[in-house]
Design a protein around this ligand. Sequence first.
Ligand SMILES: NC(=O)c1ccc[n+]([C@@H]2O[C@H](COP(=O)([O-])OP(=O)(O)OC[C@H]3O[C@@H](n4cnc5c(N)ncnc54)[C@H](OP(=O)(O)O)[C@@H]3O)[C@@H](O)[C@H]2O)c1
Length: 266
Amino acid sequence: MNTVETTKGLAVVTGASTGIGYELAKCAAQDGYDLAIAADEAQIQDAAMKLREFGAKVEAMQVDLSTPDGVRRFAAGISALGRPIDLLMANAGRGLGKGFLDEDVHDAQRVVDTNISGTILLVHDIGNRMRARGQGRILFTGSIAGFVPGTFQAVYNGTKAFINSFSFALREELKDTAITVTCLMPGATDTEFFERADMLDTPVGQAKKDDPAFVARIGYDAMMAGEGDVVSGWKNKLISAAANVTPAEMLARQHRKMAEPGSAKN
Ligand SMILES: NC(=O)c1ccc[n+]([C@@H]2O[C@H](COP(=O)([O-])OP(=O)(O)OC[C@H]3O[C@@H](n4cnc5c(N)ncnc54)[C@H](OP(=O)(O)O)[C@@H]3O)[C@@H](O)[C@H]2O)c1
């Protein structure tokens, strides 16, 4: 990474190459922030080029955030910028469809390592920098999936239950500081997520989904307003409200109807 010099604030966004993360980075760039962004594949450099069109200085790193080494390299790259971090959007994540016993266990492990382990390692590092400085805003991309036992997506939903829960707890721990913690909880969103999770033959894989720009805007605005959590879209608000009063066994049964492999009509 090259050192940049500017008077604007710095926003860190993980998983910014596509989907919700790219749109979150765009919100920050449009708002006048410079960016440090990361993703696992080379496409992150294409995203950086597009984000520069909004006037932001963008440092992009291709790092595997499912590994401690990848997180360390990203954190070191951010340090090399020599700038305080104003915003952290911990968004990188991946899904995985199919029955748990039919999944490659290493793929399942990678979902946990990316969505949970890599996320908490990075947030621990940057959260401490924010605390030392006495300010900062953190946004997690959780999910309404975290409220529902994810039959045929069991590991993924479990990771999102972790993120939702972790976010609320961290917010409470930091309530007497000037660091805000917000959890964005989207429903099904039109990104590369379902294809990557091998879920295109499921009803949820084929359903109409929310626009990632719409979802990201809701999350970004909630973070800037210092809100604790936000569910994007009224249908998802209804789903999450219903999930809170429905027995877990029934939720697991309903999730089968959305996510059973090969059960899509087309
Ligand atoms: N789409 C939905 O329906 C939905 C709903 C609720 C919540 N979410 C959450 O939203 C977040 C973003 O997902 P999305 O829907 O925008 O999907 P997406 O388009 O597949 O984006 C995922 C992003 O995370 C990055 N990523 C994945 N694994 C990584 C790793 N090991 N190291 C570094 N970067 C990694 C990807 O980069 P590479 O391509 O380079 O790996 C990509 O930039 C995830 O946390 C997801 O769980 C999605």
